[in-house]
Design a protein around this ligand. Sequence first.
Ligand code: 3HC
Length: 310
Amino acid sequence: ATRAFSTSLAAQRDVKNITVFGAGLMGAGIAQVMAHKGGYNVTLADVSDKALQTGSSIISKSLTRIFKKSMADKSADEQAAAVKDIVGKIAFSKDAAQAVEKADLVVEAIIENVGIKQELFKFLDGKAPKECIFATNTSSLSVTDVASTVSAERKKVFGGFHAFNPVPQMKLVEIVRTKETTPDAFDTLTGVAKQMGKVPVSCVDSPGFIVNRLLVPYMLEAIRMVERGEASKEDVDTAMKLGAGYPMGPFELSDLVGLDTLSHIAKGWRETRTQTGEISAEAVKESALLEDLVKDGRTGKKSDKGGFYQ
Ligand code: 3HC
């Protein structure tokens, strides 16, 4: 089956206008790289001015960091102008219907909740051009489930486009195909990832695709190891960095991903993927330490309270 999906990308369509839904860390990062590296006409859409301001500020901060290095020989004013130029090219919108009117591709990066994603896609299905490709940045839900509310025709051009945190820095995008995704749509998503300067990998619609399927059970087992008193979190992190060459240990990585996100993915998989036998119950067993930290508001890097680390 894999061979049916060409690697030559001969079938990929011309994409110019991309609309990204969700101005959080992932959505803003995807919009940033699409506009900056990909040269696409990008619209970033969300429900409130506050959310859009947050997105704009995430993008400005990241570009400032990038241009500080890439334009080190230029003045701070010139660097700031370059940031402004890219941010100025992105359209920010609260009007979902208008935002997809001319879209060739929609990428959704809103809250990780299947019902809310389905509702958004159902609405967009009636508003976007009929040939517009739909993609979700879900990291743990079934792409087939997320696509279940759109028309039969749209399901053929529906896939997963899963980027990684921090998006401007991480080179990977997982391109996910369902049983219905056409080679044409799949190749187009692959081509977009490449034009963004990313390295695409091909995944079927299985839980967590490639990266999270391996990373989530790994992070959870690291937490249980500390709960069992076998090692300190500092030693586990040092061990995995120096003994396995990972850039971050599992606790630093959990803080980056967000402890609430980690807990949410594990809970979702416990409820939907263990009975089906797709994931073993042992791999996603609840951890009291993780749940206590989340209840305390210690959700990781994004929280003032920190996570495993301050
Ligand atoms: N925007 C722009 N640049 C950024 C950035 C951002 N948001 N974040 C980091 N950078 C840049 C830094 O400026 C620096 O640039 P330089 O090399 O040119 O000086 C470079 O990235 C390295 O950053 P640091 O020196 O601060 O720190 P590190 O060398 O440790 O790199 C890291 C940071 C890239 C995050 C690295 O530690 C890493 O790869 N960690 C693992 C991250 C990971 O596994 N992410 C996946 C999480 S799972 C996920 O996202 C799936 C989700 O669905 C749950």
